[in-house]
Design a protein around this ligand. Structure first.
Ligand code: AP5
Length: 184
C-alpha cells in the first residue's frame, strides 16, 4: 500500500505514522525527521535545508523532488510506503504522480488529518522543537493553508482522500484511519 499523510503542524502525522507503518508492514519515509537528521549531521541536504526549516519555510521544490525520487527508487523500497510530510505543494504532488506513473505505480490514499487552527497551535507549542516558536508555528500553518490545502482538494477530486477528524484521541484517530483503509 502506498500512502501519504497530510496535515498542518501538530495535526498528528508524526504520532500516527509509525504505528500505521507497524500495523500495515510498510516503511515510513518522514521528510521532516529526515531533514532534521540531515541538519544535525550537516550533510549536503542538511546544509541546504537548515535555513528554511529553522524559519518554518518550505525547502525548495527541486531539492525535495530530487530527494524523493532517489528515495522511492532506492533498493530498499518494496511494494509500499507511507510518506509523512510529502507532497506539500502542487508541484511536489504533480512530480510524485509523474514518478509513480514512470514506475507503473499509484498512490492508494492521501490521509488528511483535519485539525482546527487553535489545536494545531496548542499542540505544537506544548512541544519543544526548535521550529515550535509561536511566530514560526504561525508561518508553518500559513504555508500549510496556502500551499498544502489545495492538495487536499486535488486528492479529494481524484477520490483518493481519506479525511480523518484529527481532534480526537491518538487511539481513536488510529482506529478510524485503519477502519477507513479497510473499508475503501
Ligand atoms: P515536519 O516535521 O513534517 O513538520 P510539520 O508538518 O509542521 O508537522 P509537525 O511535525 O509539527 O506535526 P505532526 O503533524 O507530525 O504532529 P505530531 O504527531 O508531532 O516538517 C518540518 C519542516 O521541514 C517544515 O516546516 C519544512 O521546513 C520542512 N519540510 C518538510 N517536508 C517538506 C516538504 N515536503 N517540502 C518542503 N519542505 C518540507 O504531534 C504534535 C504534538 O501533538 C505532539 O506532542 C503529540 O504528542 C501531540 N498529539 C498528536 N496527536 C494528538 C492527539 N490525537 N491528541 C492529543 N495530542 C496529540
Amino acid at each position: 500500500m502506498r500512502l501519504t499523510i497530510v496535515g498542518g503542524p501538530g495535526a498528528g502525522k508524526g504520532t500516527q505514522a509509525p504505528n500505521l507503518c507497524d500495523k500495515l508492514g510498510i516503511p515510513l519515509i518522514s521528510v521532516g525527521d529526515i531533514l532534521r537528521g540531515a541538519i544535525a549531521l550537516q550533510t549536503d541536504l542538511g546544509i541546504l535545508a537548515r535555513a528554511y526549516v529553522e524559519k518554518g519555510e518550505l525547502v525548495p521544490d527541486p531539492t525535495m523532488i530530487q530527494f524523493i525520487r532517489q528515495r522511492l527508487t532506492g533498493p530498499d523500497i518494496g511494494s509500499g510506503w507511507l510518506l509523512d510530510g510529502y507532497p506539500r505543494t502542487a508541484f511536489q504532488a504533480e512530480e510524485l504522480d509523474f514518478l509513480l506513473d514512470e514506475l507503473g505505480q499509484r498512490l492508494d490514499w492521501a490521509i488528511y488529518l483535519d485539525v482546527p487552527h487553535e489545536l494545531l497551535v496548542s499542540r505544537t507549542l506544548a512541544r519543544s522543537r526548535a521550529d515550535d516558536l509561536p511566530e514560526i508555528v504561525e508561518r508553518r500553518i500559513e504555508l500549510f493553508q496556502e500551499r498544502t490545502i489545495p492538495l487536499v482538494e486535488y486528492y479529494e477530486y481524484k477520490q483518493r482522500l481519506l479525511r480523518i477528524d484529527g481532534r480526537r484521541s491518538v487511539e481513536e484517530v488510529q482506529q478510524d484511519i485503519l477502519h477507513q483503509l479497510k473499508a475503501n
